[in-house]
Write a protein that binds this ligand. Structure first.
Ligand SMILES: Nc1nc2c(ncn2[C@@H]2O[C@H](COP(=O)(O)OP(=O)(O)OP(=O)(O)O)[C@@H](O)[C@H]2O)c(=O)[nH]1
Length: 357
């Protein structure tokens, strides 16, 4: 952590090895080119009053310009760096005072001294980052040569410290806001992960039930009934037993893809458990749901679940279809779907049994 005393002692070597870090430290505060703010304007005003100076500036020394966060009496927000007195001020700790610019060889030929606004007096208190980089100054200037009293010097440095305290606070606020955003994103991500089945990425049973409850509430308030399809793979145990658990998982993944392909985007698909899946079709009649289930059977019949087996593995599934209406509870509806699925299994599998219309 460099202190200004260890930084180069003349301006010609200004592009020192610290300059890159110094500019980075300045950039971290994200203050350059921001609008005027009353907190800084008030500090500049108070500095001007206390130091009895017509000009006062919160000045940051950028790569090739000095930029004023707040200024009184200058009427510009930035100047090129080559006319900057502050760039000299930031090379030393504490206060930098030039009692008469015309008597100082560094500034006697400065166009701001020889021409308008004919600056004759300069006093700048260092604005230093928390990690020791000089960023700029809080400075006061006058049109005539003069000095500052000890009390004025103290006040100018104290006000400069307040500028930095304010910048630090703004930085901390920004970091806090970023952290809060990160936390919210993580929380959202975790909630999403908790709601999905880890193997298939589908809604898990708990969250599917929650979604069903929401739909039922809508239906009870007048939305059209939905349909529910409970689907169970046939003889899935045989897949695991003959080809292994990993192959079984791959079949479940392929089955999930086919569900996504066969049903509409507006339909909600969940993994009810093991090799049992559930689909809710909002606003669909029983006939429409039965049609969708038949389409799914056709897709299963024509799509191999595993292609690297010889012969390729095809599977079938059984399904129960019932409607989700406002006249029955969710449990009653789920029980009905389960009974219909059981009937499909009993009737020889590879079929859909639909509730009476
Ligand atoms: N690979 C794999 N297998 C699973 C998973 N979850 C459940 N199973 C298996 O699914 C099989 C279900 O077997 P059963 O309940 O007898 O049903 P089935 O063999 O499909 O027979 P039916 O439903 O009567 O047609 C069991 O072997 C479970 O171990 C899973 O996530 N991955």
């Amino acid at each position: 952590m460099p202190s200004p005393t260890t930084m180069p002692s003349n301006v010609d070597t200004y592009s020192s090895k610290y300059e890159k870090q110094r500019l980075q430290a300045l950039a971290n505060y994200q203050v350059l080119d921001t609008p005027e703010e009353s907190a800084f304007d008030e500090i500049v005003e108070v500095a001007s009053i206390i130091c009895e100076a017509p000009i006062s500036v919160v000045n940051f020394v950028d790569r090739d310009r000095q930029w004023f966060k707040s200024e009184k009496g200058l009427g510009v927000r930035e100047t090129p760096l080559d006319v900057s007195i502050c760039k000299h001020a930031i090379l030393q700790p504490g206060l930098f005072i030039v009692p008469d610019t015309t008597q100082d060889p560094r500034f006697a030929n400065n166009p701001l001294v020889t021409g308008k606004p004919h600056l004759r007096f300069y006093a700048g208190a260092l604005l230093e980052s928390h990690d020791g980089y000089p960023l700029g100054t809080l400075c006061v200037l006058d049109y005539q040569p003069r000095e500052l009293t000890e009390r004025q010097c103290f006040a100018l440095q104290a006000l400069a410290n307040q500028v930095m305290a304010h910048l630090e606070l703004m930085l901390a606020h920004r970091e806090q806001a970023e952290l809060i955003l990160e936390l919210k994103t993580t929380r959202h991500e975790l909630a999403k992960r908790a709601a999905t089945d880890p193997l298939t990425g589908l809604l898990n049973r708990r969250d599917f039930e929650q979604r069903l409850n929401q739909e039922l509430a809508l239906i009870q308030r007048g939305a059209p009934p939905a349909a529910l399809i409970l689907i169970d793979l046939d003889h899935f145990k045989k897949v695991n037993d003959t080809l292994g658990h990993q192959a079984g998982d791959n079949v479940l993944l392929r089955f999930t893809e086919l569900c996504r392909e066969a049903f509409r985007q507006s339909d909600v698909i969940g993994r009810w458990g093991g090799e049992e899946f559930v689909v809710m079709l909002p606003g669909s009649s029983l006939a429409e749901a039965q049609q969708a289930a038949e389409r799914f059977h056709e897709l299963l019949a024509t799509t191999p679940m595993l292609e690297d087996t010889s012969p390729p593995l095809y599977i079938t599934a059984s399904a129960g279809v019932c409607s989700l209406t406002g006249s029955s509870t969710l449990d009653e509806c789920l029980l009905r779907a389960d009974e219909l699925l059981y009937q499909a299994k009993e009737q020889g599998r590879n079929r859909t049994v639909c509730e009476e219309q």
